[in-house]
Design a protein around this ligand. Structure first.
Ligand code: DAH
Length: 351
């Protein structure tokens, strides 16, 4: 073995021993670096004759190339080993079952509210929203229910801190205060027109939302939903209300032969007042009269509190219970199920 063969063999052995890229670079320096074995041999050629230089130089070059080739092989081998390790560490078993991501959905009552808004929206009704903490004025007084009026005791009211004796704060017991809030805004917007004797655009609005009463059993929850409706103009009649509400019920329940009944009732803010009952002609509830809303012609005192002349403006209001509509639509018999938050119940309503 020549000295060159020995050097090449040593270099290969050193490279094979190098376990990490950094070790390999150190080993490379021993042979190919500035003071490495090969470099030293090149430097030592100074004393040789021209012919000797030629043959010796060629031999050294061959050895150098052999060492570089071995270095390169080892580099590739180390890189490959590292890649294999990484692949192993990050191995993905595509045959494993996936991790399911729960898909959220709307609460059944929210689905009902969306449905109500869509149907009334298609009939030209706006949707208004208002505060759940109300004043006594909007919740009762402006709705023709002054203090000491017996109708106040029909609502078991939650009173909250922050009000004054003259204007106590309460959790609204119904969405009817939105009749006043919305109408006042509407009238304000069209005041100049009204004063000039022009024709005010009709008030046509629904106001869905949460309402509160001290009440809890299978058909009552201290928090529940209502949706108010109001339609005021110069020429609106009970006939219009019946037409619109019939259309709504038929669309909501997808039941074209459903019939309505207006049953005389009492509400302080309407005169005359009527309870609206519906009857399905087919299905599990067929033949039964089911109460779905209160309604009536808006009382002149309420029209006045809206800022309108009751001699000129007439209108109709209704208030319905989206919770009850949801129970009827899906055949649910306990209202509390809606608010217990049991996912096994709620997830049945995804659509
Ligand atoms: N606010 C009434 C209630 O909570 C429901 C109601 C009845 C609303 C008649 C109306 C109406 O707008 O005209 O019991």
């Amino acid at each position: 073995m020549t000295d060159l063969d020995t050097i090449v063999a040593n270099a290969k052995a050193a490279f094979t021993q190098a376990a990490m890229p950094a070790d390999l670079e150190n080993a490379k320096a021993l042979f190919l670096g500035k003071t490495g074995r090969i470099t030293e041999l090149m430097k030592g050629m100074g004393q040789l004759s021209v012919d000797e230089k030629k043959s010796r130089g060629a031999a050294i070059n061959l050895s150098k190339q052999a060492i570089e080739a071995a270095l390169n092989d080892r580099r590739l081998a180390l890189a490959d080993a590292e890649l294999q390790m990484q692949l192993k560490a990050e191995a993905l078993d595509v045959s494993l079952p996936g991790v399911p991501h729960a898909q959220g959905g709307l609460h059944p009552v929210s689905l009902t509210l969306e449905r109500i808004e869509a149907i009334f929206g298609s009939m030209g009704f706006d949707v208004a929203q208002g505060p759940e903490i109300e004043t006594d004025w909007f919740n009762f007084t402006a709705l023709n229910t002054p203090e000491d009026h017996p109708a106040r005791s029909m609502h078991d009211t939650f009173y909250v801190e922050g009000g004054t004796e003259a204007a106590p704060n309460l959790l609204r017991t119904h969405t009817s205060p939105m009749q006043i809030r919305h109408a006042v805004q509407h009238v304000k917007k069209h005041r100049a027109l009204i004063d000039a004797g022009g024709t005010m655009p009709e008030i046509r609005v629904i106001a869905p939302g949460r309402t509160y009463r001290v009440d809890s059993d299978a058909t009552h929850s201290p928090m529940f939903h209502q949706c108010e409706g109001l339609w005021i103009g110069e020429n609106v009649s009970f006939k219009d209300l019946k037409f619109v509400f019939t259309d709504f019920c038929r669309a909501f329940f997808e039941s074209d032969d459903l019939v309505l009944r207006f049953r005389p009732s009492f509400f302080p803010f309407t005169e005359p007042s009527a309870e609206i009952d519906i009857q399905f002609q087919t299905g599990p509830l067929a033949g039964k009269w089911l109460e779905v809303a209160g309604s009536g012609q808006v009382h002149p005192n309420v029209v006045r509190n809206m800022g309108l002349d009751p001699e000129k403006f007439i209108g109709f209001a209704f208030g319905m219970g989206p919770d009850r509509l949801t129970m009827l639509r899906y055949g649910v018999n306990d209202l509390r199920l809606f608010f217990d938050g049991d996912i096994r119940f709620l997830s049945q309503f995804q659509n």
